[in-house]
Design a binder for this molecule. Structure first.
Ligand code: AMP
Length: 216
């Protein structure tokens, strides 16, 4: 299975992707996570990507397409992939289609996670992430037992630089202009399904699971 999760920042793509991976045994391909690892490790790619990321803009297509291609050609991708945060532009979507056609593993399904704008802003501004293991928290809806400390590994939690209120607005605007047209692109290919992702993590996953197991 080659599954694409589409949706604005804060829709829960990362959280749902992790649950899908556990349940269906796919590879989780998150371009955002890959970029953040490169930034943390101080690689040349990380240095190039950082300014774009911190200001909420997209990293140039050719950089992103190259890291995705390298991953898809590797052995881990053979078992199937859930794409989280990629593709995000028309160029990326076309590049992915070409690559997957070449590999004879076309996209199975594209799922759009839908959440209203007000909830997205609340989710993103309250989001905290563990600096050790990457576990996600939310100051109101999913707080850790001890404020600022990860329940799982004890490391401090932090707010992503791009989760500041100003940058959130930019990211939502960039999504609207550059990524939303992909709904049409995949709609025309008859691969698009929409899932209400505004009802909590478990309920959303149940809906997704039903869809992936062919129930609707
Ligand atoms: P995410 O964790 O998916 O929200 O990604 C965080 C940031 O990484 C985005 O705001 C972009 O700056 C960058 N990024 C991640 N994936 C992509 C992509 N497919 N194309 C361009 N930029 C990306």
């Amino acid at each position: 299975m080659q599954l694409v999760l589409l949706g604005p920042p804060g829709a829960g793509k990362g959280t749902q992707a992790k649950m899908i991976v556990e349940h269906f045994g796919l590879l989780h391909l998150s371009t955002g996570d890959m970029l953040r690892k490169n930034v943390a490790a101080g690689t040349p790619l990380g240095a190039q990507a950082r300014t774009y990321m911190d200001s909420g803009q997209y990293v140039p297509d050719q950089l992103i397409n190259a890291i995705v291609e390298a991953t898809l050609l590797g052995p881990d991708a053979q078992r199937g992939v859930v794409f989280d945060g990629y593709p995000r532009t028309g160029n990326q979507a076309q590049t992915l289609d070409k690559l997957l056609t070449r590999l004879q593993r076309p996209i199975t399904l594209v799922v759009a996670l839908e959440v209203n704008l007000e909830d997205l802003v609340k989710r993103l501004s309250g989001r905290r992430v563990c600096t050790g293991c990457g576990a996600p928290y939310h100051v109101k809806t999913m707080p850790p037992l001890q404020a600022g400390v990860c329940d799982a590994c004890g490391s401090p939690l932090e707010q992503r630089p791009d989760d500041q209120e100003d940058t959130i607005r930019t990211r939502l605007d960039v999504y609207h202009r550059q990524t939303e047209p992909l709904l049409d692109y995949y709609g025309k290919q008859r691969k698009l399904r929409r899932v209400d992702a505004g009802q909590g993590i478990e309920r959303t996953f149940e809906n997704l699971q039903r869809l992936l197991e062919g129930g609707q």
